[in-house]
Design a protein around this ligand. Structure first.
Ligand code: 6PG
Length: 498
């Protein structure tokens, strides 16, 4: 019988359903993600015990999936804990926030020193840091694991970003790597770093997911507005893009969403979906953290703002009758012919900016919190399983392999050259959007970032002059060391401030 590094049996034979200590893993919280992760674990022949606060849900999961592998249901936390071999590993899959603390508090009463709790939800990284400290003080070990891939990923192989106790990770690594997605034979799971590192990286993943989705939505809007293309035609364009550099899960499902028809009206389903985007907060957290770190993560932040603007539906309805835009004219045949290719290039260039910013944010967080994040390894585990999985992530891994301390992805040869060849199209697309009054905030802010980042001298000299004028905030000079203040409105003299 197979043995894993914990010396416990991993095959089904000999496993007793619900017997004391017979399970190798526990899962608490059986909504779709928790249930599918438990099924994934069991499908690998790893005995797993599951518990949900509502007993009926536990029974339902066992009734529907109990024959897929060694899954055992527990009706109480005591029962769950008794079924798992020590040191116990229990994955918590409950809603982020207070439910995680409540679940931990409940479990801890029945656990022993050395047991391992893994929070697999989208928890805020600062909460993860606090929980790690609290559990450590009690002699228990904690892992905050970002898990991406939605319900299908959870079942068939997600991307897993575990952070926290390194020795605990060693113990759960065999299970986590086995249930994760695999690309080129490598698991999409690696130890991210101590404390809240795993949840931080998942938060940035989600921020990039917001930016990616916003860029796709802008590409769709530019083409449908400028060229009057319908959803079916747009579906074909996205399907074609998915065969090139843009190949990714999100582009693939965009084609599928656009091609779907509504059973009630017969119209493209996308045309009858209300244009108000919801959010659960991870993108906002990513932006907030970037602001705290002082890193210009414009793509994620524009994506968050765009969701806020979309949610102001009633206000937009009013404004649409009051505020004027440019007079709309059909694209000339000449421009229409190249627009699809231009938007494709603009999407790719903007996407590169979004990733460059997200990776720079992780680099800054790594310095701030002492996490020693391995950015190349993060790109590698995002190649499969997760929502932002994409062909292009190989390029990021290669860039960090060539230069682990790379300051900004855009400086790596592949990205530098790709931006250079995309920029003409990118500028044409944004010019067209401005001319026609089509909002493209993520496309245009990405270009503004690119143009700002490549400028040796920005107009911040004037900002400093103004700040010094009204508030004596001082400025530095380009030709001398030290801080200076000019008595602008008094005698006009410059003084050096020691
Ligand atoms: C994932 C997703 C997942 C969730 C998003 C949705 O990686 O599997 O990111 O975690 O679907 O967080 O986020 P919003 O509801 O905020 O769009």
């Amino acid at each position: 019988m197979a043995q894993n590094t914990r010396g416990t049996q991993t095959a089904v034979a000999g496993w007793q359903r619900g017997a004391p200590g017979a399970s190798q893993f526990g899962v608490v919280g059986l909504a779709t993600m928790g249930m599918n992760l438990a099924r994934n674990i069991a499908s690998k022949g790893i005995p797993v015990s599951v518990y949900n606060r509502t007993t009926a849900r536990t029974d339902e999961v066992i009734a529907n999936h109990g024959n897929e592998g060694p899954i055992s249901g527990a009706h109480t936390v005591e029962e769950l804990v008794s079924q798992i071999a020590r040191p116990r590993s229990i994955l918590i899959m409950v809603k982020a926030g207070p439910p995680v603390d409540e679940t931990i508090a409940h479990l801890v009463r029945h656990l022993d020193k050395g047991d391992i709790l893994i929070d697999g939800g989208n928890s805020y990284f600062m909460d993860t840091m606090r929980r790690g400290r609290e559990l450590e003080a009690k002699g228990m070990r904690f892992i905050g694991a970002g898990i991406s891939g939605g319900e299908e990923g959870a079942l068939l192989g997600p991307s897993i970003m575990p952070g926290g106790s390194p020795d605990a990770y060693q113990l759960v690594e065999p299970v986590l790597t086995r249930i994760s997605a695999h690309v080129d034979g490598e698991p999409c799971c690696t130890y991210i770093g101590p404390g809240g590192a795993g949840h931080y990286v998942k938060m940035v993943h989600n921020g990039i997911e917001y930016a990616d989705i916003q860029l796709i939505a802008e590409a769709y809007d530019l083409l449908r507005t400028a060229l009057s293309l319908d959803a079916g035609e747009l579906a074909k364009i996205f399907a074609r893009w998915n065969e090139g550099d843009l190949e990714s899960y999100l582009i693939q499902i965009t084609a599928e969403v656009l091609a779907k028809h509504d059973a009630t009206t017969g119209k493209p389903l996308v045309d009858v979906i209300l244009d108000e985007a919801a959010q659960k907060g991870t993108g906002k957290w990513a932006s907030q953290s970037a602001l705290d770190l002082g890193i210009p993560v414009t793509a994620i932040t524009e994506a968050v703002f765009s969701r806020f603007l979309s949610a102001l539906k009633a206000d937009r309805q009013t404004a649409s009758k009051v505020l004027s835009g440019p007079s709309q004219s059909a694209e000339s045949d000449e421009r229409a012919g190249t627009l699809v290719d231009d938007v494709q290039s603009a999407l790719y260039a903007s996407k590169m900016v979004a990733y460059a910013q997200g990776f720079e944010q992780m680099q800054a967080a790594s310095r701030e919190f002492g996490w020693d994040l391995k950015l190349g390894a993060i790109a590698r585990i995002w190649r499969g399983g997760c929502i932002i999985r994409a062909r292009f992530l190989n390029r990021i891994t290669e860039a960090y392999a060539a230069e682990p301390d790379l300051k900004n992805l855009l400086l790596a040869p592949y990205f530098r050259d790709a931006m250079a060849s995309a920029q003409e199209s990118w500028r044409r697309v944004i010019g067209m959007a401005v001319d026609r009054g089509i909002p493209a905030p993520a496309f245009s802010s990405a270009l503004a970032y690119y143009d700002g980042y490549r400028r040796e001298r920005l107009p911040a000299n004037l900002i400093q002059g103004l700040r010094d004028y009204f508030g004596a905030h001082t400025y530095h000079r380009i030709d001398r060391q030290g801080a200076f203040h000019t008595r602008w409105a008094q005698d006009g003299q410059e003084v050096e401030i020691s």
